[in-house]
Design a protein around this ligand. Structure first.
Ligand SMILES: [Zn+2]
Ligand SMILES: [Zn+2]
Length: 135
């Protein structure tokens, strides 16, 4: 079941297509960094008609417009996320991605780099609880 939370975000602006809005809402309302396939399934479960191709096309536009951000995964489907600065904990075994509540590191990184930076994507590799239990 998709919960359609109303966002005060300007990103859900009038110019967006109906499907674009739906897809953005699914991603912004979830905390598990869904893949295109998962977004598709959630929209279908909510009773809306959409094709997987429409999901892919809209995701591409939403990422280009900066509404969503795409997380490229090694050897796994891309995941989609909120466009805010944040860092992730990634399970090295199952690929599960959790938000890492670190403070904004832009100033630290700019000092190290010696130049203004546009963005960063910090991933900390670990083993999640379930994967550690299977050891
Ligand atoms: Zn895991
Ligand atoms: Zn995230």
């Amino acid at each position: 079941m998709v919960s359609y939370v109303s966002f005060p975000w300007t990103v859900l602006r009038i110019g967006m297509t109906k499907h674009g809005k739906m897809i953005a809402q699914v991603v912004l309302a979830s905390h598990d960094h869904p893949t295109a396939q998962e977004i598709y399934q959630r929209i279908r479960e909510s009773g809306a008609h959409i094709s997987i191709a429409t999901v892919y096309n809209n995701l591409k536009v939403l990422v280009e417009d900066g509404v969503l951000c795409k997380l490229s995964m090694d050897g796994a489907p891309d995941r989609y996320d909120k466009p805010t600065h944040h860092s992730h904990l990634v399970c090295a075994r199952c690929g599960k991605l959790l938000d890492l509540p670190l403070r904004d590191l832009t100033d630290v990184l700019e000092q190290e780099v010696g130049k203004p930076i546009l963005s960063y994507d910090l991933r900390v590799s670990y083993l999640c609880d379930e994967c550690r239990e299977k050891e």
